[in-house]
Design a protein around this ligand. Structure first.
Ligand code: DC
Length: 211
């Protein structure tokens, strides 16, 4: 079974995808991490995120980089959003994601274009969304917990910028697949969102809930 989980930054898609992986015993890939690694490597190389050639060169990042804590920062997220707009970068990362999606036994992948480009044949497609205010509040809380100080306004503005870039780019823009089920988590806490996602997968696949 392939489960595609797409949605904007801080919608809860990563948490939901991870939980679905655990519940249905499927391996999970956070594809945003690949774009973050490209952004981080590009910075190490001193490249220009708006140059397709520089961004493509950064796709040769070493696998060990995927575990680097610097990948989680807001700055790297912004760079990831910029390098991900290049078609050559998306093509360079395609095979790795497709191979993961089509592995024996199935997989869960989360990102922006899983249901539309990487696994249009997915058995379940979830489009996880939430209001920009709810997402900014969550991101603020996460950062606060990590001891990073940013104002709520600053975070909200950054999310709006990132949404706009991810939605308006020509290459694989952030958009719900026609056959995706939309899950709005604005009014849900983490556990509610996870339960709802499991329920959707069970309903769509006709499986009985796991004990
Ligand atoms: O999910 P995230 O915030 O870690 O993703 C960082 C950036 O990577 C995001 O702004 C857009 C890009 N991305 C993408 O274009 N396609 C994906 N499948 C995953 C992420």
């Amino acid at each position: 079974m392939i489960i595609a989980v797409d949605g904007p930054t801080a919608s809860g898609k990563g948490t939901i995808a991870k939980a679905l992986g655990r519940h249905f015993r499927l391996p999970h890939l956070d594809t945003g991490l690949l774009y973050r690694a490209v952004g981080y490597q590009l910075q190490l190389d001193g490249g220009d995120p708006d140059s397709e050639a520089d961004a493509l060169a950064a796709c040769n990042f070493p696998d060990e980089l995927l575990g680097h804590p610097g990948l989680r920062s807001e700055a790297t997220g912004g760079l990831a959003s910029r390098v991900s707009a290049h078609t050559a970068v998306r093509q360079a990362l395609f095979e790795r994601q497709r191979t993961f999606a089509t592995q024996q036994g199935g997989a869960v992948l989360d990102g922006r274009d899983i249901g539309t480009v990487i696994a249009p044949d997915a058995d379940v497609k979830l489009f996880v969304t939430a209001s920009v205010e709810a997402r900014a509040q969550r991101r603020w809380q996460e950062m606060n917990d990590r001891g990073e100080e940013h104002s709520l306004e600053e975070i909200e503005q950054d999310l709006r910028r990132r949404d706009e870039r991810d939605r308006s780019r020509a290459a694989a823009p952030l958009v719900a697949a026609d056959d995706a089920v939309t899950l709005d988590t604005s009014e849900m806490d983490k556990d509610e969102a996870i339960s709802k996602a499991i329920e959707i997968v069970n309903t769509l696949t006709g499986q009985l809930p796991c004990p």
